[in-house]
Write a protein that binds this ligand. Structure first.
Ligand SMILES: Cc1ncc(COP(=O)(O)O)c(C=O)c1O
Length: 379
């Protein structure tokens, strides 16, 4: 039995997405910059795709720049804010994704900005009163925060954060990589300046995403060359990737309600079953509160098998993650868990769900966990 419970790392491609992409691999392979019919066809497809993406998040098509994924979009938002918007101060938190933390740290190291970290409480929620304190500065400020944390699932009150930013004249970048296609997002209502997306988090292809840049801010390209993406990101478009992203986003938003209900039920089923079957289990973050319905971060009971736990699950065919899988599978301790005061000897496992998972898979996973812990398993 192969069980994939690592959907926050990446998701399986939807069959309809594969079919859509194949069309642009086999037949419609023209370069969108070519003026002949082949090129015009893929140009029209991308233009339509951009309009669809924009519609889903209530943006204007011109506010969507396709990128190679979440990391590039995050880097671009941060670097452009400093280069083009005069940002001298960036507020972020210690539990951000490295695609945000590392570029900010580098800018601070090079003396280009001052970096401030907003406090997080024991559940992993950012402290809004501290954010407000940090915003009280004359320096042009960018706030860069995850909409939902990819390791523990915590969701920030984005509207409140954006109101604070507005009151203090700060720019706001939200890494929405784990929330786009999983929640309704309305950029006009939220009042965000930059937002990032990666298609592989919602059954689309890897290596493609987008950056939303509000019309209210004018920034320059980082990649220079051809005039693609209306001069904002040079390089021949990843046509089949973009069309896969568009299809995956369409599917996600068409079936949003039923998928939210289905996946949420799986998460709460696992919480219940773990409480019943594993003594002294704890949940990191705010699992039953403001949290992604796709992510469950668990601190299992202390064991001398901590080191081998993920490996043992893997041997049983169960794919999970010990923290973030975004650092090339290396299982170095998670900076997010480190910030949360979780007992050091407890193995931490992130289970993350998709529409392709079932309750049977969860039961099987829990029975294997009990075997690893040598707890009695009743079949
Ligand atoms: C919250 C978050 N931001 C950014 C990224 C990076 O996205 P990508 O893998 O598309 O570069 C990831 C995940 O991998 C993520 O979970």
């Amino acid at each position: 039995m192969a069980i994939y419970l690592d959907n926050a790392a990446t998701t399986a491609l939807d069959e309809e997405v594969i079919q859509e992409m194949l069309k642009y691999m086999r037949e419609d392979y023209g370069n969108p910059s070519s003026t002949h019919s082949f090129g015009r066809k893929t140009r029209a497809a991308i233009d339509l795709g951009r309009r669809k993406v924009a519609n889903h998040i209530n943006a204007e098509p011109g506010e969507i720049i396709f990128t190679s994924g979440g990391t590039e979009a995050d880097n671009m938002a941060i670097l452009c804010s400093v280069d083009d918007l005069g940002v001298k101060h960036i507020i972020t938190s210690s539990i951000e994704h490295h695609a945000v933390l590392y570029p900010i740290e580098k800018l601070a190291e090079n003396g280009k900005i001052r970096m401030s970290l907003v406090d997080v409480d024991e559940k992993g929620h950012i402290k809004l009163d501290h954010l407000e304190e940090l915003l009280q500065t004359k320096e042009k400020t960018l706030v860069s925060l995850l909409h939902a944390n990819n390791e523990i699932g915590n969701i920030i009150p984005l509207k409140k954060v954006s109101e604070l930013c507005y009151n203090y004249g700060a720019f706001l970048h939200a890494d929405t990589v784990q929330t786009i296609a999983h929640y309704p997002i309305d950029v006009k209502e939220l009042g965000i300046h930059f937002m990032t997306c990666a298609a592989h988090k919602f059954h689309g292809p890897k290596g493609v995403g987008f950056l939303y840049i509000s019309n209210q801010v004018k920034v320059n390209p980082i990649m220079r060359g051809g005039g693609q993406e209306r001069n904002m990101r040079a390089g021949t478009e990843n046509v089949y990737g973009i069309m896969g992203l568009v299809k995956a986003l369409d599917l996600a938003y068409t079936h949003l309600d039923e998928q939210v209900a289905y996946i949420k039920d799986l998460k709460f089923y696992m919480i219940k079953r773990l409480r019943e079957e594993m003594p002294d289990v704890q949940f990191n973050g705010d699992a039953e509160g403001d949290s992604l319905y796709t992510v469950l971060n668990v601190a299992l009971p202390e064991t001398d098998k901590t080191e081998m736990l993920l490996f043992n699950l893997d041997i049983e065919g169960i794919a999970t993650s010990g923290g973030s899988a975004c650092s090339s599978g290396s299982n170095i301790g998670s900076h997010v868990i480190a910030a949360l005061n979780v007992a050091k000897n407890r193995p931490v496992v992130r289970f993350s769900f998709s529409k392709f998972n079932t309750k049977e898979e969860i039961d099987f996973t829990i029975s294997k966990l009990k075997m690893i812990y040598e707890l009695p398993v009743v079949n």
